[in-house]
Design a protein around this ligand. Structure first.
Ligand code: ZN
Length: 317
C-alpha cells in the first residue's frame, strides 16, 4: 500500500488543479493583463500597483477553502519573475492584509494607463469577456461604476464572484482600510440592520453602473441595497439586493467622496466595531493569525529595477 501514496498524491494534486482551473487561469491572466497595461506607463506608482496586486492575489489564494500556495498559483516563468521583483508580497501575504481585491488593483492600473472613460470601460469589458466563467470561486467581478461630475471621474468595480464568506472578508477589509468613512459606516450599519443612508446630492445624475451581460458591460440601475446605502431611488422593479458593499457603486462613491474632500466622520465606536467585524471575519480563515490593523505596503523600487523588470516581462508576454 505504501507505494500507492505518491500516485494518490499526484491524483489529488491533479484533481485540485482541475477544480481550480478557472481561478488559476484568472490569477495568471490578471497578472499578464496588468503587465500589458504597465508596459504603457512604467512609473513608480503603477509598478507599486503591480506589487499590491501580486500580494492581493497571494492573499486570495491563502484565504480559500482549498489553500493555494504561490508556486501553485502562478505559472513557473511568471512565478520566477514575481518572486524576484516583488519579494515583499511573497513574504507578507500570510501576515499583512491587502486593502482591496486584485480586480480593484487592476481597475486602478487601467485607469492610470488609459486616462479615458470609454477606453477604461471597453478595456474592462474585454477583460471580463475573456476571463468570465460560471464558478462562484473567481477573482473577477462583473460590474463597473462610473461617476462623472465636472470632468472629474471616479471608478469602482464590484467584489469578485466568490462565495459569500469571501465577499464578506473583502467588504470588511475595504470598510476598514480603503473606503471613505461615510461609505464604510453606511455599509457596516445596514449590514447590522440599522439604517444609515448617507445623502449625496445629485448622485443619481452622475453615477452609472454597468453589469457584464455575457458580451459587454451594459448600463444597469442600482440594486436595492445600493439604493438604501446611498439614498438612491429604486428605479427598477426587478432590482436585486446584493450584500451591502458588494456592488461597484461602493468603491466609485468612496473615491468620489475622497475626490470631493468630504470630511471624515469621527465615530470611535463605529471604527472599533468595523475593526472587530474584520477580526471576526479573518478568524474564519484556516491556519492564519492576521492583525486587522496590519496592511501590506508595496516597497519602493528603483528605476534600474523597473527597466530590468520590463526586459524580463517582455519575454513572457
Ligand atoms: Zn448594488
Amino acid at each position: 500500500m505504501a507505494d500507492m501514496s505518491p500516485k494518490l498524491s499526484r491524483a489529488v494534486r491533479l484533481q485540485k488543479k482541475l477544480h481550480n482551473s478557472l481561478w488559476l487561469d484568472q490569477a495568471n491572466s490578471l497578472m499578464k493583463t496588468a503587465f500589458n497595461q504597465w508596459k504603457v506607463s512604467q512609473n513608480l506608482y503603477v509598478t507599486q500597483l503591480l506589487d499590491e496586486m501580486v500580494h492581493s492575489i497571494l492573499f486570495s489564494g491563502h484565504i480559500r477553502n482549498q489553500l493555494m500556495k504561490p508556486e501553485e498559483i502562478f505559472e513557473a516563468d511568471m512565478f520566477g519573475i514575481l518572486r524576484c521583483f516583488f519579494g515583499g508580497a511573497f513574504e507578507g501575504y500570510k501576515r499583512r492584509l491587502p486593502k482591496r481585491t486584485p480586480f480593484s488593483c487592476l481597475l486602478e492600473l487601467i485607469v492610470e494607463t488609459k486616462k479615458d472613460k470609454t477606453l477604461v470601460k471597453n478595456e474592462l469589458s474585454n477583460i471580463i469577456t475573456k476571463l468570465r466563467g460560471k464558478s462562484t470561486n473567481q477573482l473577477v467581478g462583473r460590474a463597473l461604476c462610473i461617476i462623472e461630475e465636472c470632468q472629474q471621474i471616479s471608478y469602482g468595480v464590484s467584489m469578485p464572484l466568490a462565495e459569500k464568506q469571501f465577499k464578506k472578508i473583502w467588504i470588511a477589509l475595504s470598510c476598514m482600510h480603503t473606503w471613505h468613512p461615510h461609505v464604510a459606516y453606511a455599509v457596516r450599519k445596514w449590514t447590522k440592520g440599522e439604517e444609515c443612508s448617507v445623502p449625496f446630492p445629485n448622485l443619481e445624475e452622475s453615477c452609472q453602473a454597468y453589469v457584464h451581460n455575457g458580451k459587454t458591460l451594459k448600463s444597469t440601475p442600482p440594486c436595492i441595497s445600493c439604493c438604501e446605502l446611498f439614498s438612491m431611488k429604486h428605479v427598477h422593479k426587478k432590482s436585486r439586493s446584493h450584500l451591502y458593499g458588494n456592488c461597484a457603486e461602493a468603491e466609485a462613491i468612496s473615491k468620489y467622496l475622497k475626490l470631493k474632500c468630504v470630511p471624515h466622520l469621527d465615530e470611535p465606536t463605529l471604527i472599533s466595531d468595523i475593526k472587530n467585524d474584520l477580526k471576526t471575519k479573518l478568524e474564519t480563515v484556516k491556519n492564519s493569525n492576521f492583525d486587522p490593523t496590519v496592511v501590506y505596503e508595496p516597497a519602493p523600487i528603483s528605476d534600474d529595477r523597473i527597466k530590468l523588470l520590463f526586459q524580463q516581462i517582455s519575454g513572457l508576454l
